[in-house]
Design a protein around this ligand. Structure first.
Ligand SMILES: CCCCCCCCCC/C=C\CCCCCCC/C=C/C(=O)SCCNC(=O)CCNC(=O)[C@H](O)C(C)(C)COP(=O)(O)OP(=O)(O)OC[C@H]1O[C@@H](n2cnc3c(N)ncnc32)[C@H](O)[C@@H]1OP(=O)(O)O
Ligand SMILES: Cc1cc2nc3c(=O)[nH]c(=O)nc-3n(C[C@H](O)[C@H](O)[C@H](O)COP(=O)(O)OP(=O)(O)OC[C@H]3O[C@@H](n4cnc5c(N)ncnc54)[C@H](O)[C@@H]3O)c2cc1C
Length: 627
């Protein structure tokens, strides 16, 4: 109810206006509005914030920079920088990606050279490709960066390390000497975020600014390794785990709310020629577009909760020095981020397109969501690279499964029980246990298929790295199959253990079955190729999905209402709770800057002469008039 937090009409703002407005809202929210324990908003306000986050800035500061201080800093460094960052007295970002490298971290070129005489690091970007490029909040907001750079001592390289580097004066906000920094310009989305570039030339920082939880440099230049160096990649794992809820589940839920509500209101065409125009939601084709995406929201939410719990348990173990769960967590978080962002971004576009012309209007709120979700396929680990990381772990586990009984998310790779499907009716294929088994079998076969292909190539003399490269598409498919079985399996378990009303459990079970069947029907080639289903059973799977669409149609609006988005959060003329689509669209359009005058003077100057000429022509006075 606080008007300071009401969304302005963002679509009618310039990029710079949106940047300033986002800064205003974010700081107002965090400094004035929200109760905080430490630095994070807590309680119901956090729920609000997660919904309102779309036009917030300082997300990298809050979601990456501060957690990195906690992960990579010693107690002394945390005590020094955490309070400053938590109170926004320093604004930071995570500066890792460079103009020339993003995925291949061993290729990063920014150098931090230790100067023993002065006990300092000298930071340099030796060439243009070494310039940091993309970090959020870096162009105009941040005055510090957590800089990921190659540590060099006496000419020897020690790999990527994290350094705290101040880039702007804390009073004037001007760039410091040796610092060239700015915004990288217009992007597909994230209009309110100043993703930036950063060119560092001979910037000196104290030795104490190397974040030293995992390694340190003594005054004499001695390098000490203190822990599992793969923990240096830990911040990326944490963000991949967290972003599923914030940047995939939440936006897809918003898009589904808008599209389902609009489809219940929009009447277009006839099903029965003798009846009146129907709501487009009555078309099965429309249900087939929308309802599987609604199901994806729930299943991704349940799977993400399980992954967050896994990451939390892992973090407690790491504190005790046990990093044994890291490989599985890395593979799962990389695979989940890639596969769910792929599904989510595609799903948001499917539901946008299902809203016809008005879905193409920014007044629907859908283009904003679609464009924003597309970024999830690239940042925090480009999806292809992440899927291959997941596949790398799966291939290793498949080899190990030949001699050991596996546990955790890959347990099914050592399940050699009979997994043939005996389904005879479409009802059999709506059974959660049947759907879980089908996904486990498909994943196991996909992993083994990719592994076998590579083994055969190597046996025939192909170098292992070439076999890997040539089978990449099969490996990516194996990663997708693994994640789908994880999402279906964890969701079935989660729903079965949920204490809720029978009617709610029935709906959730139907949504879970719809998600699984939609995945089967979208990938039936795999399920038949690997002998999971016969061709006849594939027909039953389609019948089972259509049956669920029919069962869920009556509750479709109620289900998306349960996401509990306010109109202000949705920012959509199509998805507002009152359903007054047309009045809202008209009011929204009238507010467009283009309509602040009846005649657009800037363009009229070009049009006017022709208008006069046209009149001359009509009245027979034109240059070459034949009239
Ligand atoms: C202010 C108001 C708000 C307040 C409220 C706060 C709420 C905030 C919450 C926000 C939460 C989320 C929202 C996020 C919003 C999104 C913002 C977007 C931010 C984007 C940031 C970025 O993009 S940062 C940059 C990301 N970049 C990457 O991910 C790079 C990807 N590349 C890599 O990770 C590596 O290069 C790669 C792994 C691909 C290869 O590395 P390499 O060293 O070559 O290793 P390999 O040879 O492949 O493998 C060697 C072994 O290492 C293992 N391994 C690799 N990576 C990891 C890892 N991460 N962890 C553990 N182990 C790893 C690998 O498995 C190999 O092991 P093996 O045993 O030898 O097989
Ligand atoms: C909105 C947004 C916000 C961002 N925020 C930050 C931030 O705050 N901090 C930060 O450090 N970075 C940030 N990034 C950068 C982001 O992390 C990188 O863009 C991402 O890691 C991909 O790296 P790249 O852009 O260099 O693409 P590349 O790695 O060059 O990939 C280009 C293409 O090559 C393919 N490819 C690359 N390697 C392989 C491989 N091994 N096998 C097969 N195919 C491969 C990829 O699949 C892709 O199709 C952000 C990016 C975006 C879009």
């Amino acid at each position: 109810n606080d008007t300071s937090m009401q969304h302005r009409n963002l679509n009618h703002m310039t990029r710079e206006e949106r940047f300033s407005e986002a800064m205003r809202r974010t700081l107002y929210a965090l400094k004035v509005l929200l109760p905080r324990e430490g630095w994070t908003p807590v309680g119901p306000e956090m729920k609000y914030l997660a919904r309102a986050i779309k036009e917030f800035t300082f997300i990298i500061h809050a979601g990456v920079f501060i957690p990195c201080i906690m992960s990579y800093g010693t107690n002394e460094q945390i005590a020094k920088w955490f309070p400053l960052a938590a109170d926004f007295r320093i604004i930071g970002t995570y500066a890792q990606t460079e103009l020339g490298h993003g995925s291949f971290l061993r290729g990063l070129e920014t150098i931090a050279t230790y100067d023993r005489a002065n006990q300092e690091f000298i930071i340099n970007c030796p060439k243009i490709t070494a310039m940091k490029w993309w970090p959020g909040d870096m162009g105009k907001s941040a005055n510090h960066v957590l800089l990921m750079a190659e540590l060099v001592i006496d000419g020897k390289k020690y790999g990527m390390h994290g350094f705290m580097v101040q880039i702007r004066d804390l009073t004037t906000h001007e760039p410091l000497p040796g610092v060239t920094v700015g915004d990288i310009g217009a992007k597909l989305s994230f209009e309110s975020v100043d993703n930036g570039f950063l060119y560092l030339q001979n910037v000196r920082i104290p030795r104490e600014n190397l974040l030293s939880k995992l390694s340190e440099v003594h005054p004499d230049g001695t390098y000490i390794k203190k822990g599992n160096q793969r923990l240096m990649y830990g911040s990326m794992v944490r963000v991949r785990v967290n972003l599923i809820a914030h940047e995939i589940v939440m936006p897809l839920a918003k898009a589904c709310t808008i599209a389902v509500r609009y489809s219940a209101v929009r009447r277009q065409g006839l099903i029965n020629p003798s009846k009146e125009e129907v709501p487009v939601l009555d078309y099965v084709a429309q249900q087939h577009k929308l309802l599987p995406q609604v199901a994806t929201v729930f299943m991704a939410h349940f799977a993400a909760k399980q992954l967050v719990k896994m990451h939390h348990d892992y973090s407690l173990e790491v504190e005790k020095g046990n990093t044994s769960q890291l490989p599985e967590l890395h593979a799962l978080s990389a695979g989940m981020k890639a596969c769910l962002s792929e599904q989510g971004a595609a799903g948001a576009e499917i539901v946008r397109r299902a809203c016809g012309g008005h879905g193409y209007s920014c007044g629907s709120g859908l283009p904003f969501i679609v464009n924003r979700m597309l970024a999830t396929c690239t940042y925090e680990g480009e999806n292809t690279v992440m899927q291959l990381q997941c596949a790398r772990y799966l291939i290793k586990c498949a080899d190990q499964a030949k001699k050991d009984k596996l546990t955790g998310s890959v347990w099914y790779l050592s399940d050699f029980s009979n997994m043939s499907c005996t389904a005879q009716t479409f009802g059999d294929l709506q059974e959660p246990s049947v759907l879980v088994k089908l996904h486990e079998r498909r994943a196991k076969c996909a992993v083994q298929h990719a592994g076998k292909k590579m083994q055969n190539m190597v046996k025939n003399g192909t170098p292992a790295h070439d076999a890997w490269n040539m089978m990449a598409t099969l490996l990516i498919n194996a990663a997708r199959a693994h994640i789908m079985q994880y999402v279906v399996g964890t969701s079935v378990t989660y729903i079965s253990e949920l204490s809720c009303s029978a009617s709610l459990k029935k709906i959730l079970t139907q949504l879970c079955a719809l998600y699984a069947l939609h995945n089967i029907n979208s990938n039936c080639g795999d399920f038949v190729k690997f002998g999971c289903l016969t061709s006849a059973q594939c027909d039953l799977a389609q019948e089972a999905e259509f049956n669920l669409l029919k069962q869920l149609r009556p509750d479709a609006v109620g289900i998306v209402d349960s996401f509990d988005f306010t109109d202000d959060i949705l920012q959509s003329c199509l998805g507002a709770y009152d359903g007054n689509v047309y009045e809202r669209l008209f009011e929204w359009a009238k507010q467009a800057p283009m309509n602040k005058t009846e005649v657009h003077q800037d363009s009229y100057q070009y049009l006017q002469p022709y208008l006069h000429e046209g009149r001359d022509v009509l009245e027979g006075r034109g240059r070459n008039s034949k009239l």
